[in-house]
Design a protein around this ligand. Structure first.
Ligand SMILES: *Cc1c(COP(=O)(O)O)cnc(C)c1O
Length: 227
């Protein structure tokens, strides 16, 4: 099979699994958006994904995303680009100018930089707060115990349009408890977007209320470089 038909088939299969998981959870499948994680994927696979009708994409680096999408986006006005990787404060202005959503807000310094950039540019992407549900020292994300205060500050003190939460559960743990924790923090803070679930666990995430699943390798195949 050719790349385009493989990609279209992979996308149809994932959308089918999303619909099935939604149905099993008693949820409408339209309440779940597929974010296609295109980081480190060859251009021909990304082109095939666009041809298959996919419009929501996730990238984890600002520069890589700009290189890939700046020109392409002119041809796809309904494209929606989400930054899902860690963001350095000195790249906040670039990210605010470029992305439709930033899912990795996790510290006051970054909140300041995003708020400054949003004010200067007169626009802001929607913002998700990343929560380090496993409290892993090497991982980005605000600790669950600090999440409520941080979310409140991000909205009220910094005026950021915080819409939801994102998490990446520890690799070696059952993800369900992490998804449940993220959903609980979102509910008590009145947040409606839950970005959780990747190639190996998106159906579990849907069971726990995911509104966006971030799927890379199960859609595109293996990535070409280190994550
Ligand atoms: C790479 C990445 C994904 C996609 O991972 P797969 O296992 O390939 O589906 C999802 N979320 C984040 C934050 C990522 O960095």
């Amino acid at each position: 099979m050719s790349v385009p038909s493989d990609i279209a088939a992979a996308r149809a299969a994932i959308l089918g699994r999303i619909a099935k998981a939604a149905q099993a959870a008693g949820r409408a499948s339209e309440s779940i958006t597929l974010t296609a994680v295109s980081k480190q994927q060859p251009d021909e696979r990304v082109e095939a994904m666009l041809a298959a009708g996919q419009r929501v994409f996730g990238e984890n680096r600002v520069q890589e995303a700009q290189a890939r999408w700046s020109t392409r986006r002119e041809h796809f006005p309904d494209l929606h680009l989400r930054l899902i990787g860690p963001l350095q404060s000195n790249k906040a202005a670039d990210a605010v100018a470029f992305f439709d959503a930033i899912e990795s807000l996790d510290r006051p310094k970054l909140a300041t930089a995003l708020a400054d950039a949003a004010q200067k540019q007169g626009r802001s992407p929607e913002i998700l707060v990343q929560v380090n549900t496993g409290e892993e020292p090497q991982k980005s994300g605000i600790s669950p115990t600090e999440a409520d205060a941080f979310i409140r500050a991000a909205r009220e003190d910094y005026g950021l349009p915080v819409r939801g939460l994102m998490c990446i559960p520890p690799l070696d743990e059952e993800p369900a408890m992490h998804f449940a924790l993220l959903a609980k923090i979102a509910t008590r803070n009145g947040l409606t977007q839950l970005s959780m679930g990747m190639s190996d666990d998106f159906e579990t995430a849907i069971r726990f209320g995911a509104t966006q699943v971030r799927v890379g390798s199960a859609l595109f195949g293996a990535r070409s470089g280190p994550a």
